[in-house]
Every structure is written in structure tokens, then in C-alpha cells.
Design a binder for this molecule. Structure first.
Ligand code: GTP
Ligand code: MG
Length: 464
């Protein structure tokens, strides 16, 4: 993803500052070079890179580090602040009734994003509806309808109507009960006059509260012109950057945002409706720098936990108090599945982010998923008594469960082993008092992961 290798290369240079209380001009020079290299590789505009690096250089050499701050933390906090400044504030999206129009070139991810955003709003307790006005691409109606049903949100479209403006008008009427209206529009391979006319007409009928431009992270330098043209025709309030899960670099999109004075609203990182997050500059940059994004992670964990609690009538507090059973383990696995792709979750954990995942073989994550799936199947073949009291499972039970589930006995032993490990880990957390306090759990995990800022970084959140 964007600036992917910035974190690791920068950490290398920063580590050389360990133990020093002052930075030399050479130190700063080296760090700035690393940053320049990463930003340019990621397609960020040259003049932007130059501006950024000169202000990092200036500040690192001239500013007095706050008392007790090491040189490493001082430079790190400057780099962090300057990068946060580069990506800017997040587009304001109030959690209240509104209409949002999505614009963008063909294939940028508008339709996917409309369903993702609708899903996101529904998780915030609002009722969203997606209105599909694309009459240009065959299959657009089915695609949007299908995604919206997966997101479990209202949808309006009409495959027999060839007039997008009319569809938009009727769509708003038909979905009047919804709080949030998200209007998806057609894309073209380039910004042609007829597309501009069409979107301007839809704009005037829909009268949106915000227009969001959807940009593919792979867009490169072309993003700037596109953003400017859309801005001139309908006005752009914010940008959604999609496909950040791919190899794309995203720097072009960042440049576009910076130069058109707009901001980033959402990030898309996958093909399913859950692969969306609200853009938060602090968390985003800490993640890039390999410092993890505790806030996002905590939010995801909490959301997944509460969904699992609701659906399965399971209270994690009980687990934190009593003994950890196989049933608890199953609930936890379900909650994990809800948090989204393991890869993304790992990326947010301090110490795991910034490239560590890249060093694992490609299929390592799939193996984990397969394992979880076979654990599920095994647990289905266990009796309630066994699930509540795993210690009652001996060799003969293992044989029976293996026959019943069609899994190897080895797998079942693996499952029991895993359960034992989780149970021991949990005991450590139980010692910390009140259960379910994710933030404290995370702090403890971070402590184990090493790294992170020191005293001078207080108040920056992600550095804890
Ligand atoms: N990996 C990945 N794929 C994405 C993401 N967003 C969209 N896609 C894929 O990109 C392709 C195009 O996405 P659409 O949502 O159809 O794009 P669109 O802008 O609506 O396209 P048109 O309607 O033809 O202009 C689809 O195959 C999506 O599955 C993302 O964040 N990650
Ligand atoms: Mg589309």
C-alpha cells in the first residue's frame, strides 16, 4: 500500500539515532533521503516531496527537543507531524441525514464504494440507501444490487430506465425513508463532455450535501487533472482512495488531494463490503510508519465482539472471569472472522505492521484461515460436555471426533493445544482486572512488541 516501505527503511535510519540526544546534520540528511526515496517511489509529486523534506530538515535541526526526549523520538515526531500535514484532515462526514454523490472514472471503484459506505453508515446506526444511476455499463444494476444485498442496505435502480437523471429523481422518492442517500454514477474511460453533462444534471436534481471523487490508488500523476476537472464541474468535497490492498502506490491520489485542497473521506482496501474505513490522518500515518493503528484496531475488535455477543448470546465478560472453554474459543474465532481479513488486522498491531507481513510466505494467511475452518468442523463433532470441559477429551474421544468430523487426529490435538495456549494467555489478562477492556489489552500487547515512542510523544494517541 501507499509508501509501503517507508516505515521499514525509515525505522532503519531512525534506529541509528538510538542513544543520541542530539541529531547531526548528516543524520537528518540521511533520514530525509529515505523519506524522499519512498515518497517518489510511491508516485508523490516531486515538488511536494521537496517541500516536505525541506521543512522536516529545518525543524529537525532548529527545533529544541522537548525535555527528556531522545533524538530518535524528536525526529520521529517531526516526520509524523509533517506526513500528517501532507495527507491533511479527514473530510467531514457528520452522522446525520445527508445525500452523497459519487463521481469518478470508469473502474475506479464507485459502485463498490457506494455499497461499502452504505455498510459503514448502517454500522453507525443510520439507515442508508444506494441509488444506482449507471445506465452506461451493462451489468451495473445487477452488480450494485448484489453488493447492497450483501451489505444489507436499501437499494434503488431500474434496468429498464435509460435516463440516469430520471432514475436519480425516482430513486430519491422511492428511498425517502432512508437517512443517508448514496448516489452511484456511471464512469467513462476519460472525462468526456457527455459524462460531465450527465453528472452535472444528476447533481442538480439530487442536490447532494457532499460530492466525493473516487480515485483508484494506482492512478499516479493523472489524478491531479481528474480531480481538478471534477472539481470545476460539480465541486469535490472529498476523495475516496480505493484498492489500497493492491500493489498500487497511492501517491498520485495523495498529491491530487493536496493540490486541489480537498481531503480524504474513506479508504477502500478490498472487494467485499466490509473493506472500508474512515480516513483518519493520525492512524493512517502511524500505520505507514509501522507503528500500528490502535484506534482502528480497538474499534474493529469492539465491533466484532459486540456483533458476536448479540448473535450468539455470548458475554466475553464471563470468559474473562471463569475458565476459558472451547465454546469461548469458537466465539472468539467467529469474532476474529468478523474483524475482516487477518492480514489487515495484523497490519494494525504495533510491531506487526510495516512489512513484517510481507516477509511471510504468501499462503501463510490462507493456512491460518484453513486451520480455523477445520477447527470449526471439529468443534461441530464435539458434545456440549466436551466443549465446556475440554480436559475431558482423551484419546478415545479424539478418535471418535476424528471419525465424526473427517479430520485427522493430529488436527484435533492441534486444536486442543491452541485452546490451551489461548487459555494461558487469557489468564495473564485476567490478572489485569476488569475484562473486555481492549485498550488495556492492546497496551499490554504493544509493550511486548517493543518499539514506539517515548516520553516526548505524549498526547499523540497511537504512540500510547
Ligand atoms: N482489490 C480491490 N478491488 C476493488 C476495490 N474497490 C473496487 N474494486 C474492484 O475494482 C473493480 C471496479 O470496481 P467498481 O466498483 O465496479 O468500479 P466503478 O467505478 O463502479 O466502475 P464503472 O461503473 O465501470 O465506472 C471491481 O472488480 C471491484 O471489485 C478495492 O478497494 N480493492
Ligand atoms: Mg459502477
Amino acid at each position: 500500500m501507499v509508501l509501503d516501505n517507508l516505515g521499514s527503511s525509515l525505522r532503519g535510519s531512525l534506529d541509528k539515532l538510538s542513544g543520541k540526544s542530539r541529531v547531526s546534520e548528516d543524520d537528518v540528511e540521511e533520514i530525509v533521503k529515505e523519506i524522499q526515496r519512498s515518497l517518489l517511489q510511491a508516485d508523490v509529486d516531486v515538488s511536494l516531496v521537496m517541500d516536505l523534506s525541506s521543512s522536516i530538515k529545518e525543524r529537525a535541526l532548529e527545533e529544541e527537543p522537548p525535555g527528556g526526549t531522545t533524538a530518535r523520538d524528536h525526529v520521529l515526531s517531526i516526520v509524523y507531524e509533517e506526513l500528517v500535514g501532507l495527507v491533511g484532515e479527514s473530510t467531514e462526514i457528520p452522522l446525520e441525514n445527508q445525500t452523497i454523490l459519487l463521481a469518478g472514472l470508469q473502474g475506479s471503484g464507485k459502485t463498490t464504494t457506494s455499497a461499502k459506505m452504505a455498510w459503514w453508515f448502517s454500522k453507525k446506526g443510520l439507515r442508508p440507501a444506494v441509488i444506482q444511476t449507471d445506465t452506461f455499463r451493462p451489468g451495473a444494476y445487477d452488480q450494485a444490487k448484489e453488493m447492497c444485498s450483501r451489505a444489507e442496505v436499501d437499494f434503488y435502480g431500474d434496468p429498464d430506465n435509460e435516463d440516469p437523471v430520471d432514475i436519480a429523481r425516482k430513486g430519491l422518492e422511492e428511498t425517502a425513508d432512508a437517512d443517508i442517500h448514496i448516489v452511484d454514477t456511471a464512469g467513462r474511460h476519460a472525462l468526456e463532455d457527455d459524462l460531465i453533462d450527465e453528472i452535472e444534471e444528476i447533481e442538480s436534481v439530487v442536490d447532494p450535501d457532499r460530492n466525493l471523487l473516487v480515485l483508484d490508488a494506482a492512478i499516479g500523476q493523472g489524478a491531479k487533472d481528474q480531480a481538478q476537472q471534477f472539481d470545476e464541474s460539480i465541486g469535490i468535497d472529498g476523495v475516496v482512495i480505493t484498492k489500497l490492498d493492491g500493489t498500487a502506490k497511492g501517491g498520485g491520489a495523495l498529491t491530487a488531494v493536496n493540490e486541489t485542497d480537498s481531503s480524504i473521506a474513506f479508504l477502500g482496501s478490498g472487494e467485499t463490503v466490509q473493506d472500508v474505513e474512515r480516513f483518519e490522518p493520525n492512524g493512517f500515518i502511524s500505520r505507514l510508519l509501522g507503528m500500528g493503528d490502535l484506534k482502528q484496531l480497538t474499534e474493529r475488535v469492539e465491533r466484532a465482539m459486540s456483533e458476536t455477543e448479540e448473535e450468539e448470546d455470548w458475554d466475553p465478560e464471563d470468559m474473562m472471569k471463569g475458565s476459558f472453554t472451547l465454546n469461548d474459543m469458537r466465539h472468539q474465532m467467529n469474532a476474529m472472522n468478523k474483524m475482516g481479513p487477518l492480514e489487515q488486522v495484523m497490519d494494525m498491531i504495533p510491531g506487526f505492521g510495516g512489512g513484517i507481513m510481507d516477509e511471510l510466505p504468501d499462503d501463510a494467511m490462507d493456512v491460518t484461515k484453513d486451520r480455523m475452518r477445520s477447527f470449526e468442523i471439529i468443534m461441530d463433532s464435539m458434545t456440549d460436555k466436551e466443549l465446556e470441559n475440554p480436559r475431558s477429551i482423551g484419546a478415545s474421544q479424539i478418535r471418535r471426533i476424528a471419525r465424526g468430523s473427517g479430520q485427522d487426529e493430529e488436527r484435533i490435538r492441534e486444536l486442543l493445544q491452541q485452546h490451551k495456549m489461548m487459555s494461558q494467555t487469557l489468564k495473564q489478562f485476567q490478572g489485569m482486572g476488569q475484562g473486555g477492556d481492549m485498550e488495556r489489552m492492546m497496551k499490554k500487547m504493544q509493550g511486548g512488541g517493543g518499539g514506539g515512542g517515548g516520553g516526548g510523544m505524549g498526547g499523540m494517541g497511537p504512540f500510547g
